[in-house]
Write a protein that binds this ligand. Structure first.
Ligand SMILES: O=C(O)CCC(=O)C(=O)O
Ligand SMILES: [Fe+2]
Length: 338
């Protein structure tokens, strides 16, 4: 196993080198990485403003630990996440973004007379999620990133056996203002094994302005939250799945520290089913493109909602047509989490 892992690590290092090193500049690897976010830097999250070093911090990069499985396991156990810069070769992530932007351009949703690769949003400002459009979301440039041999080898090594990924992939293209709200993934994709990981991959350059993913440090160890909200299954229990739309209460009421980063194409965050996360609204006029995918051991129980059925589609969430979902405010009162 360690031999396999070493091979993966060397391959990632090779590809990173190939992507970053140019003849005019031998040290692109470091130059290409965003500068450390300095203390006091403001972060706009909708109508809220946070400051780095106070209630928001920069994610810790675990890429130097890629050859140290026990250190990765420890980080995951203690911190609840792995942030791995350059996990996917940058060129592959950029190709996946270009492919997705091409699909958006075909819908006429890029600003006229601008280069496709710039991803400038048209006036209609439409957010796209290509979840069920498999001709886009399951095309080679996308799967070359999220189903790549190196990705699957990483999970085989990390999980300790043959690994699988869901058939459903969540390819998201946020227009201006587009974002998600705070949730645990357990509520959406938590049936079957609990030993399942989400990998959120940045495909475009996603800085503070572009709607970065934000996680809540400590939320993976909040037992009461995990045993109440975290134990719901939105489709079984018909409960609202979003826990909160308010980043301020994550900090003040729950005591979590927010964490984010300036993501480059190919950077990933990996976390388990019980890590509270959201994205901040995209404040720019450039599409923010990411993809989130799930991985688990092949021998453990799947969440059948997200695997192909005979007709080539999957059930997904919200399959109870016409159902009404119990409001989260009411549930939170019952749980004593209001
Ligand atoms: O990209 C986002 O804004 C949301 C991603 C997410 O919820 C996930 O990766 O599980
Ligand atoms: Fe999520």
């Amino acid at each position: 196993m360690h031999v396999v892992f070493d091979r993966v690590r060397r391959r990632i290092a090779q590809l990173q080198t190939r992507n970053y090193v140019s003849s005019s500049n031998k040290d692109m690897t470091t130059l290409n990485r965003p500068k450390k976010i300095s203390k006091g830097t403001p972060f706009e999250f909708g109508e809220h403003r946070f400051h780095f070093g106070e209630n928001i911090v920069e994610l810790a990069d675990s890429s130097p630990l890629l050859n140290n499985l026990s250190a990765l396991h420890r980080r995951m156990r203690e911190d609840g996440y792995l942030f791995i810069r350059g996990f996917h070769p940058r060129a592959y992530a950029e190709e996946a973004a270009r492919w997705t932007l091409q699909a958006i351009a075909q819908n006429g949703e890029l600003k006229p007379d601008t280069p496709i690769a710039d991803g400038i949003i048209s006036e209609a400002n439409r957010t796209f999620s290509f979840f069920r459009q498999t001709e886009v979301a399951h095309a080679k440039p996308i799967l070359d990133v999220v189903d790549s041999q190196r990705t699957m080898q990483f999970y085989e090594e990390f999980l300790g056996g043959p690994a699988i990924t869901f058939d459903k992939r969540w390819l998201r293209c946020m227009a201006k203002g587009g974002h998600n709200h705070f949730h645990y993934d357990s509520v959406y994709v938590g049936r079957g094994t609990q030993n399942r990981y989400t990998m959120w991959s940045a495909l475009t350059d996603i800085g503070m302005e572009n709607g970065p993913l934000v996680i809540c440090l400590g939320s993976h160890q909040h037992d009461h939250l995990k045993s109440t909200y975290g134990a719901t299954d939105m489709d079984r229990d018909l409960t609202e799945a979003v826990f909160s739309t308010d980043p301020r209460e994550m900090v003040e009421k729950f005591g979590f520290t927010l964490a984010t980063a300036h993501f480059q194409p190919g950077d990933v965050i990996i976390f388990g089913l019980y890590m509270m996360h959201s994205s901040a609204p995209n404040r720019s006029d450039r599409y923010r493109i990411s993809i989130d995918t799930r991985y688990q051991l092949a021998c453990e129980e799947k969440d059948n909602r997200f695997f192909f059925r005979k007709d080539g589609s999957w059930l997904g969430n919200f399959y109870n047509k016409g159902a009404s979902y119990r409001p989260i405010e009411e549930l939170r009162r019952e749980w004593g989490l209001d």
